[in-house]
Design a protein around this ligand. Sequence first.
Ligand code: PNS
Length: 187
Amino acid sequence: MHKGIAIYPGSFDPTTNGHLDLIERGAKIFEELVVAILRNSEKIPMFSVAERLEMLRALTGHLKNVRIDTFDGLMVEYAKSLEATCILRGIRAISDYEYELQMALMNRKLEPTLETVFMMPADKYSYVSSRLVREVAQAGGPVKGLVPEVVEQKLREKLELAYKFHDEMHKITAVPGGKEKKRKKKS
Ligand code: PNS
């Protein structure tokens, strides 16, 4: 077991079974693992930071050396504030490598004492990403087995809410009888 703190940073929007698999593997290797959700992402998230925090806490409650936190700004600065020694990142396929290598080297340039450690999630999750999970769920497809049940339930609730909102907006903005209106015949 590696002494000290490791950080597993990410968006976790939402947490997938691949993330969870990596957290469990990381928890076996590092004395303490801090899963850190980025707060100031440029992307508009599906789940709020509070929702992601709550889900991750529920999912990792059984892992005593895992803690969930959020961070803003530069990841290496946050890592330094915790006196962490490692950054944990997952690599699913070779396509992940280029971006991850670039990020690891940039982080090393910013803070040479921090070491990035790559781990592979189970191969059955090699095609699972938060982005695809969101896409499948939004299109009404099944995400069973790709995300934990808590997340599946939350996705369902979120989409039901979105559909309701869409219906209400339609009621407010639709022109009465708009579609039924017959076109005037050209004379
Ligand atoms: O799950 P993601 O979206 O792939 O995670 C990316 C994340 C959060 C690890 C990365 O964007 C990050 O660390 N952002 C914080 C800002 C920062 O330090 N940027 C420089 C990275 S080289």
